[in-house]
Ligand binder design. Structure first.
Ligand code: NAD
Length: 368
């Protein structure tokens, strides 16, 4: 049975290294679990620029629009730093997000027990943490007009505009409520309704969508600054947090870092449902191309592997198999395996990228 289609875009730097481990895991699911994915691979970022003179070829964009899930490694690197802004590697990623209209950015903050001491917070505050931040990604102050630097009364003034329509708020609220139903059934919406009109509208629309369509989900509202404090004080009070583009940018970074290394953090960006009912979707680790460790076998593949676990859950409706993969990651960490980014001071020898991949495959085998 064809489980669905995946476009793999490894990108630059450590992108291809971590993605190689994901490919082995995709193959494992084909061999051992009967999930047969139709997998294709293409170029993005600097790798695409080297071949096509732009960071995302039109044919690649077209392919991305036609698959169930895009898996991306990372883009960028010093080799491309001096390129014109319009062809920088990051533009390839931005084009994907924009043209696929990926308005809901999902950033989980999950603390694996074995790494609880890695957090800057106390073990009891973070152990067992499992929250999801849903950030609106295609509107708000990063896109609103007017914007720019203007002359006014003999001095310059910098302007950005926070702007949200009701439909933009409603669709990201729906994403959050849908997710909550598959998790702890709780949503906390964060804005600044005390000082911003866009925040007042945000709160009203989220409440309206809740009352009309998701009355079974527990909804609360919090000012985003208080939300930041609560996230570091007692993060386990939250299940799903939904917030706008700017606050989500900040709060998701804060929440993610509660759990330790950049090499552990997955993400998903979802758009509207396609004809087959699956959302447009892009899955990628939060980290970049890590030029300082590229080609040395030091990259932690777990962020990319957990991004594939999110694809199993949100694009392919394989929640049980996503749990299996997350449990395999948890098992190798509990067994003490660490890539170099996860090392403490206790003299543990690091494993390489592919050794970590092999150990996760062995844990998957053991789960059968
Ligand atoms: P980075 O995330 O690439 O690296 C930051 C630090 O974390 C580095 O020390 C790196 O070695 C380490 N690190 C990152 N991922 C790791 C992993 N999987 N395993 C072990 N260690 C890991 O951020 P940066 O150094 O600011 O940026 C490097 C390049 O990546 C730049 O060109 C930047 O524009 C680009 N970038 C791309 C993305 C993306 O593709 N989504 C995101 C951020 C940065």
């Amino acid at each position: 049975m064809n489980t669905g289609s995946i476009l793999i875009l490894p990108g630059d730097g450590i992108g291809p290294e971590v993605m190689a481990e994901v490919r082995r895991i995709i193959d494992w699911y084909g061999d051992k679990r009967g999930l047969s994915f139709e997998v294709s691979e293409d170029l993005v970022g600097g790798a695409a620029y080297d071949v096509h003179g732009k960071p995302l070829a039109d044919e690649t964009m077209e392919k991305a629009q036609g698959v169930d899930a895009v898996l991306l490694g990372a883009v960028g690197g010093p080799k491309y730093d001096d390129l014109d802004f319009s062809v920088k590697p990051e533009r390839g990623l931005l084009r994907l997000r924009k043209e696929m209209d990926l308005f809901a950015n999902l950033r989980p903050a999950q603390c694996f027990d074995a790494l609880a001491d890695f957090s800057s917070l106390k073990r009891e505050v973070v152990a067992g943490l499992d929250i999801m931040i849903v950030r609106e990604l295609t509107s708000g102050v990063y896109f609103g007009e007017p914007r720019g630097i203007f002359e006014e009364n003999g001095e310059r003034v910098g302007i950005n505009t926070q702007r949200y329509t009701e439909s933009e708020i409603a669709r990201v609220a729906r994403s959050a409520f849908e997710l909550a139903r598959k998790r702890g059934n709780k949503v906390c919406s964060m804005e600044k309704a005390n000082v911003m009109e866009s925040g007042i509208l945000w709160r009203e629309v989220v409440q309206k969508v809740h009352d009309a369509e998701y009355p079974d989900v527990e909804l609360s509202h919090m000012y985003a600054d208080a939300g930041g404090m609560q996230l570091t004080r007692w993060p386990k009070q939250f299940d799903v947090i939904v917030t706008d583009n700017l606050f989500g940018d900040l709060l998701s970074d804060v929440a993610a870092m509660l759990t330790g290394s950049l090499g552990m953090l997955p993400s998903a960006s979802l758009g509207a449902p396609m004809e087959n009912g699956r959302p447009k979707a892009l899955y990628e680790p939060v980290h970049g191309s890590a030029p300082d460790i590229t080609g040395q076998g030091k990259a932690n593949p777990i962020a990319c592997i957990l991004s594939f676990a999110m694809a199993l859950r949100y694009s392919f409706d394989q929640g049980g198999e996503a749990d299996r993969l997350e449990a395999a990651v948890e098992k190798v960490l509990a067994d003490g395996l660490r890539t170099a980014d996860l090392l403490g001071e206790d003299g543990v020898q690091p494993v390489s990228t592919s050794e970590m991949g092999t150990a996760i495959l062995a844990a998957l085998d053991a789960s059968l």
